[in-house]
Design a protein around this ligand. Structure first.
Ligand SMILES: C[S@@+](CC[C@H](N)C(=O)[O-])C[C@H]1O[C@@H](n2cnc3c(N)ncnc32)[C@H](O)[C@@H]1O
Length: 296
């Protein structure tokens, strides 16, 4: 976690709102939403304001749930439209079943080592969509990097669980690893938010730098149970290193904005491929469909 994450960052939160909600309005209308690691409920609230019919937030820290409930009451939110469950999300997902259309996994995938367990649970919930917002490594392979959580007591960090002795270990995925993880549990990436295009040409505040550098990604996935039966021809390598830092421009001032890249053209798969290719040096390719296949 970056220290700057602790300070209030309305701009960062608004930009994340754009990436997660405003860009995906079509899936929130009337939806039942499960917000994993819901923190102080800000994105649970955003889900309702984007048209969701009901949201369940799961959060391990009671003080954050108290804050969420206080906020929802302050804004007069109908108590029938939300519920917060306090607990370790692995325990909650193991003991409760949720009837949900959209699962939000925002700011959590890099706070755990237990990705397969998480995805197993999500697979069995069979939501229509899953939105993941996560820190990623720049690796162009399907890698998970082991990291010692800097401070597991911090309210934005992983909670200690029965498998941790002192320091909590977490795994940070590369984008190809996220792709593979999703695919293995029946989710396919429908789109990846074009953070670099969005932030290009604008001064970027500290909390958004990770997105601007390609160190965080936001992906929208849809559930198709049958894809776990399909052959996984993981990715086609393109030349280049994943998410290279922008080269210094000759004579350019350090904070001078980069020109905005041209918007990608083509069908949705082609657009996803281009954004993934730009972020990772790789592109989506599934056996039989060919990279850049037609409209879904
Ligand atoms: C980085 S914050 C992300 C909060 C919010 N979803 C967002 O994207 O801004 C991580 C959150 O996960 C919660 N958390 C960590 N481990 C958890 C667990 N095992 N079960 C439930 N919540 C957990 C933390 O308390 C914290 O609120």
């Amino acid at each position: 976690m970056e220290v700057s994450d602790l300070a209030p960052q309305p701009h960062r939160t608004n930009e994340r709102y754009e990436a997660v909600f405003a860009s995906n309005r079509d899936i929130f209308e009337g939806a039942r939403v499960l917000d994993l690691a819901s923190h102080d409920g800000r994105f649970s609230f955003a889900a309702l304001k984007t048209g969701a019919a009901h949201v369940t937030g799961v959060e391990v820290r009671q003080s954050l749930i108290d804050k969420a409930e206080e906020t929802f009451a302050f804004y007069g939110q109908d108590p029938e439209t939300y519920r917060f469950v306090c607990g370790d999300l692995f325990e909650v997902l193991a003991r409760e079943s949720f009837d949900v259309d959209v699962v939000l996994c925002l700011g959590y995938l890099y706070h755990t080592y237990r990705h397969t367990e998480l995805m197993y649970r999500l697979h069995h919930l069979e939501p229509k969509h899953l939105i993941v917002d996560t820190m990623v490594t720049a690796d162009a392979e399907q890698d998970l990097r082991v990291i010692g959580e800097p401070n597991a007591k911090d309210i934005r960090s992983a909670s200690q669980d029965d498998w941790s002795v002192g320091r909590v270990l977490v795994l940070r995925p590369s984008v190809p690893a996220v792709q593979m993880l999703m695919h293995a549990y029946g989710f396919e990436i429908e789109s990846m938010y074009d953070w670099q295009g969005r932030l290009a040409g604008r001064p970027v505040e500290a909390g958004l730098k990770g997105y601007a550098r390609g160190e965080r990604a936001t992906v929208r996935c849809r559930f198709r149970k049958e894809i776990i039966q399909e052959a996984w021809d993981p990715v086609v390598a393109l030349p280049g290193v994943a998410s290279p830092p922008a080269p210094p421009r000759a004579g350019g001032a350090r904070n001078e904005p980069d020109p905005a890249p041209a918007p990608p053209a083509g069908g949705w798969r082609e657009r996803v491929n281009r954004v993934l290719a730009r972020a990772t040096g790789y592109e989506l390719h599934r056996a039989g469909t060919g990279a850049g296949g037609g409209q879904a």
